[in-house]
Design a protein around this ligand. Sequence first.
Ligand code: GTP
Ligand code: MG
Length: 242
Amino acid sequence: RKRVWSISTGSEALNGILGGGIQSMSITEVFGEFRCGKTQMSHTLCVAAQLPRDMGGAEGKVAFIDTEGTFRPDRIKAIAERYGLDPDQTMENIIVSRAYNSEQQMDYITKLATIFAEDGQYRLLIVDSIMALFRVDYSGRGELSERQQKLNIMLARLNHISEEFNVAVFVTNQVQADPGAALMFASNDRKPVGGHVMAHASATRLLLRKGRGEERVAKLNDSPDMPEAECSYIITPGGIAD
Ligand code: GTP
Ligand code: MG
């Protein structure tokens, strides 16, 4: 039987509330307003996944699907240096695919399943962000049910990949920007987009929000085995930290 393991987020406090870090064999979703650190956390995980097990890593390769053009090799290199890894080698272990529409995003996920089957060293698949292209491609009135149907297929495939290859799947998500919703929900209680389909697919859901200055706050909203909890973390040149 396959065993669930986890990858360090870079913050001990955050690993603590997650029960170790980002788990394999399921989808972890982080959602929150702009600049709360979703992309920086994605970059940190790209490096952490390559670390030895006793440093919170999975000694593996990483696949990164970039839907917003925000992947930065320079950030990877700076984070690699924090952990004493060779920056160029670290970059070589990350396969980055830039998707420009939701169909391409789906194609990359399918191709990655083939790559994971051929090269058993992959331990982490990141999609940053999962919903951005869907929101553009299906923005019209009456397109919501088609969007949700396509999203459901994509998320089922991601869940299948996480189990079949025992990898951690990490997706970032946006919060509803509807001004009415912003008034209705306190800033620490924003709703992620993607509705029930998204909620059902993610085993672990983590809400991120801004604190004072460099400080950020993470709240565990949903977890298969950990209680609701909150902690703070910071964004540094070396990635997410305490
Ligand atoms: P959206 O994608 O716009 O929704 O935001 P996000 O949640 O992905 O935010 P992101 O991870 O891009 O975080 C941006 C924050 O990280 C900003 O506040 C930057 O100041 C900070 N940041 C980015 N790079 C660095 C860095 O090299 N050093 C430090 N200290 N902070 C950084
Ligand atoms: Mg981002």
